[in-house]
Design a protein around this ligand. Structure first.
Ligand code: 6AU
Length: 474
């Protein structure tokens, strides 16, 4: 025991001597001011220290519950996690830091199995927020986490915050020990110890604060809470309609006769939040159709959404959006657009009155053999964030942008059962789309339009989709 403590003392002194512990006026993550700053990233320059520290950790870890994989919280803990992984011959996974916000699947690198138990290694803990972010991403790919080993616990609420989320923290050192060891080694004096101790007592960080700032996950957030995050006015309006009608169903009204369209809109109206049109497939379109459609939309409280999929240069899109027989901008509160031609296209739609306009950008498609790749998808999301006052959300098939609750995920390719048509369309079930694929609104076309009773079918989809959403946020 005493021998282990001596090693800890030595470790504290080593950290101080390599400049990993600094006293002064610093600001740490979450904007908290601090008189002591601990930055272990510098240890990469001291391989012998990594080696001896890894030995110490291996000894410490032996008393903990068994685990299958180890994960270091980037960046400081990565070299240590690597060293421990080698010493124990236990595989490591890495959580990507830079890929934040661009899809859950790509967040974790390495080979793992569903249900693997993971030990998380972290350098310094203040509130526990970084560990909780790591746990969230590991949990999202099916990895279990209950234990974390921490080199230094700053004793500012981390242990309690983590415990509340089911994680037990095992700190090698806490701040009290660290200060005492440094004082015993004559590196710091009593006054400094007292100053830092008082600071720690008076600067506790609670889980509520952490949740507000860094544990945002739109997939688990109720629609009602997401309204405040909407930068686009139409998204906020849409969320309100969804909540009022308890509907996250968008109908794809892909019919070719005006009478069919108007009849369908009136029948399914009570059950939908959005009516999506391909206005150019109507064979008997006349401009007066639009007013009737608008009246039905008002009667049943849904938004009109033209799935135009703009994809040209800005100038042409401007004409397509505002001119021609359809005059889309005069009635469609939302339109779809590809990101392929870049910003000019969104600038063209933006115009002057942004308050009533929204765009769903296509980041992925439901069709087999799509040429869209990961880089395109990520750039599209970047573009959406850049134009967040105009962009209502993203059309995609996977749970992307989980850290941006103001954006809405619209997912087509939905039927009661998984399947496909003979032209490459691919369908997932309601449950899969809502609970695994991250949809906020599901687009259902032929699943409703080809049924014998579209109103009844729409009501059924509405209930199933809403229940799946409730289950997701439970
Ligand atoms: O349910 P369906 O297959 O009858 O209809 C799906 C609808 C169609 C497509 O044009 C549209 O959803 N769609 C989209 C959208 C909404 O942009 C993108 C996509 O990837 N797949 C897809 O089917 O009106």
């Amino acid at each position: 025991m005493a021998e282990f403590e001596n090693k800890l003392r030595k470790f504290a002194e080593n950290l101080f001597s390599i400049g990993a512990i600094k006293f002064g006026d610093y600001t740490i993550k979450l904007g908290v001011k601090t008189p002591i700053y601990i930055d272990l990233r510098v240890i990469v320059s001291y391989p012998k220290l990594i080696d001896s520290l890894a030995d110490l950790l291996v000894e410490y870890i032996k008393k903990l519950p068994k685990f299958d994989i180890i994960c270091g919280v980037p960046y400081a803990a990565l070299p240590l996690a690597g060293a421990i992984s080698v010493k124990l011959n236990i595989p490591m996974v890495m959580r990507r830091k830079e890929a934040k916000g661009y899809g859950l699947k790509k967040m974790i690198e390495g080979v793992f199995n569903q249900g693997d138990r993971c030990l998380i290694l972290e350098d310094v803990v203040t509130s526990g927020s970084s560990i909780l972010e790591t746990v969230r991403d590991l949990n999202n790919v099916g990895i279990k986490c209950t234990e974390t080993v921490v080199l230094v616990d700053r004793e500012q609420g981390g242990i309690a915050n983590l415990k509340e989320q089911g994680i037990t923290m095992h700190p090698l050192l806490n701040m009290t020990h660290l200060l005492n060891y440094l004082r015993d080694a004559n590196e710091i004096d009593d006054a400094l110890v007292e100053k830092v101790t008082n600071y720690m007592k008076n600067t506790q960080v609670t889980l509520t604060e952490i949740k507000k700032q860094c544990l945002i996950d739109r997939l688990r957030m109720p629609y009602s809470e997401r309204i405040d995050y909407c930068k686009n006015k139409v998204s906020a309006k849409l969320f309100k309609i969804m909540l009022e009608k308890k509907s996250n169903l968008c109908i794809a009204a892909d019919v070719t006769a005006v009478s069919e369209l108007l009849d369908l809109a009136d029948q399914v109206g009570p059950h939908i939040c959005l009516l999506k049109t391909h206005i150019d497939i109507l064979e008997d379109f006349t401009p007066d159709v639009i007013q009737t459609l608008k009246d039905i939309a008002e009667k049943h409280n849904f938004l009109l959404f033209e799935d135009r999929k703009f994809a040209d240069i800005g100038k042409t899109v401007q004409l397509q959006y505002n001119k021609g027989v359809y005059r889309i901008s005069s009635w469609a509160e939302i339109v779809t657009a590809h990101s392929v031609t870049g910003n000019g296209l969104l600038d063209a739609i933006k115009g002057s009155d942004n308050d009533t306009k929204g765009v769903f950008l296509l980041a992925e498609t439901s069709s087999a053999g799509s040429l869209i790749n990961g880089a395109y998808t990520q750039s599209t999301i970047k573009m959406a964030l850049q134009y967040n006052e105009l962009v209502t959300g993203i059309v995609c098939q996977n749970p992307l942008f989980t850290e941006h609750p103001g954006l809405i995920q619209l997912t087509p390719g939905v039927q009661l059962q998984a399947g496909k048509d003979n032209l490459g369309q691919q369908y997932n079930s309601v449950e899969v789309v809502m609970q695994e694929k991250g949809a906020d609104i599901a687009v259902v076309g032929r699943g409703i339009t080809l049924s014998t009773d579209p109103a009844k079918s729409a009501e059924n989809y509405k209930k199933l989709l809403w229940n799946a959403y409730l289950k997701r946020i439970e």
